[in-house]
Design a protein. Structure first.
Length: 450
């Protein structure tokens, strides 16, 4: 009685997870985001090359990623992916983009840091200022700040970031975060001229036509040094210091791998991948039903639960992945990982069925054979899946590009397989093998058992 209640509880728990997954999947056309190899677009793998003056560090990669992200945002791509891979790679994915060459030019250009006088400002949503579509450095322009909360009307460029020799995060006398700037000899003179012109006004610090900050100029002479203070957090100060110090990209980024996929080719790849998935799934089911009969039906239900949960995770990461820092679109290598995972899941059922057959062949009752066969089979399955998971885990962290999608999908499939086997398959076996019709060899496919 206790075993029956346990199996019912396990089964209900698994069914709840399946139901939640099905809810996340619907409608499948919107929930699962497709990668550029399935819907067309451009992908570029940027490799950071350090020098003695500009080594590759965590801070420099953070700033490079920030600059690339701002550039991509201006392209108007609906679901871009900017992903750090390893210590010196940035993967940029632009699914659905119509002009890949133009996008690659924008990503690879040198950033421009400018200082421009603020002529007017208002909050986003105001109707007084209209954002300039194609701003230039020699004319007035209306720009948006990096937080997309304010609009600033700024004058022509007064100076660029090339005159800054250093910028660091520090604290003022009241222990509040501030940015300490040092100018070159020529830059110090130029900044004093700018300070005279903008005295008691705001001076916009603009990176790639985005206002990073707009501090007030409170002095007409700075003698080669200046500070930017206000209501900043320490993280904001560090970010602003990086922007000032590295107006251009902080490290040299080389395009080590470029891929462009047309929408027609992407659609063909999607059809081929889905067709391979469906055919593989059907062939596995046919084999299980022919060889294991009644047990094959149970294995088929377990595979259906496995596939639903796996695609549920794909829908979850596609919809909410950005907010939790795990960006994952469905790609062709990802579909390959799913197909392989289906084989792994089917193999788990087969291992357990064969162990149960061995126990029944040894003369044990169906109940005892199920308990001991499942326990030994599950342990064997855990060992095999653990090796697969570790291999995929290493591949995920050492590889770059689409290979990571394959490794991630395989890791996810292995983990879901363990869950479905323990909770769903075990409950189905426990509830059905004590049922008399299921104990016939013609139903179970267990020939020669007593």
């Amino acid at each position: 009685m206790l075993d029956k209640q346990k199996f019912i509880g396990y089964g209900l728990f698994a069914l709840v997870i399946v139901a939640v997954s099905a809810y996340l999947i619907y409608p499948i056309g919107k929930s699962i985001k497709l990668g550029l190899d399935l819907q067309g677009g451009a992908s570029v793998l940027l490799q950071a090359k350090g020098t003695a003056k500009a080594p590759v560090t965590t801070e420099s990669m953070d700033q490079a990623e920030n600059i690339i992200r701002q550039r991509v945002d201006k392209l108007g791509v609906a679901e871009p992916g900017i992903i750090r891979e390893g210590n010196n790679y940035i993967q940029v994915q632009l699914p659905g983009i119509k002009d890949p060459n133009k996008a690659l030019d924008v990503i690879g250009k040198t950033a421009l840091l400018e200082f421009r006088e603020v002529l007017d400002s208002e909050v986003i949503g105001g109707k007084k200022l209209k954002v300039t579509k194609n701003p230039t450095s020699d004319k007035d322009a209306v720009l948006i700040d990096k937080d997309k909360k304010m609009k600033y009307k700024v004058g022509p460029t007064l100076m660029t970031g090339s005159v800054i020799s250093s910028a660091t995060a520090g604290y003022d006398e009241n222990n509040k975060p501030q940015v300490d700037m040092t100018f070159s000899a020529e830059g110090g003179k130029l900044f004093d001229e700018v300070a005279v012109k903008t005295y008691k006004k705001e001076l916009a610090i603009v990176l790639d036509n985005t206002v990073e900050s707009a501090p007030r100029i409170d002095s007409q002479s700075y003698n080669g040094r200046a500070v930017i203070n206000g209501s900043f957090t320490l993280d904001e100060v560090k970010t602003l210091a990086l922007v000032l110090q590295t107006g251009a990209l902080p490290v040299k980024l080389e395009m080590s791998d470029i891929q462009t996929v047309g929408p027609t080719l992407g659609l063909d790849s999607l059809r081929a991948g889905v067709l391979a998935l469906v055919i593989g799934f059907i062939l596995v089911i046919i084999y299980l039903l022919v060889y294991y009969r009644g047990l094959g039906v149970i294995a088929t239900l377990a595979l259906a639960a496995f596939a639903t949960i796996l695609f549920g995770f794909a829908a979850f990461f596609g919809t909410y992945g950005k907010s939790i820092g795990l960006y994952w679109n469905m790609t062709l290598p990802g579909l390959a990982g799913i197909i392989l995972s289906i084989g792994v899941a089917a193999d788990s059922s087969i291992v357990i069925f064969e162990r149960i057959k061995e126990e029944i062949g040894a003369g044990k009752t169906y109940r005892l054979a199920m308990e001991q066969g499942f326990r030994h089979g599950f342990l064997t399955m855990v060992d095999a899946n653990f090796v697969t998971f570790i291999t995929a885990f290493i591949l995920y962290f050492l590889a770059v590009g689409p290979v990571r999608g394959f490794a991630f999908t395989l890791m996810l499939g292995v983990a879901i397989d363990l869950f479905v086997t323990y909770f769903f398959l075990q409950s189905m076996l426990g509830l059905t093998l004590n049922w008399k019709p299921m104990q016939k060899s013609t139903i179970t496919g267990m020939k020669g058992v007593v």
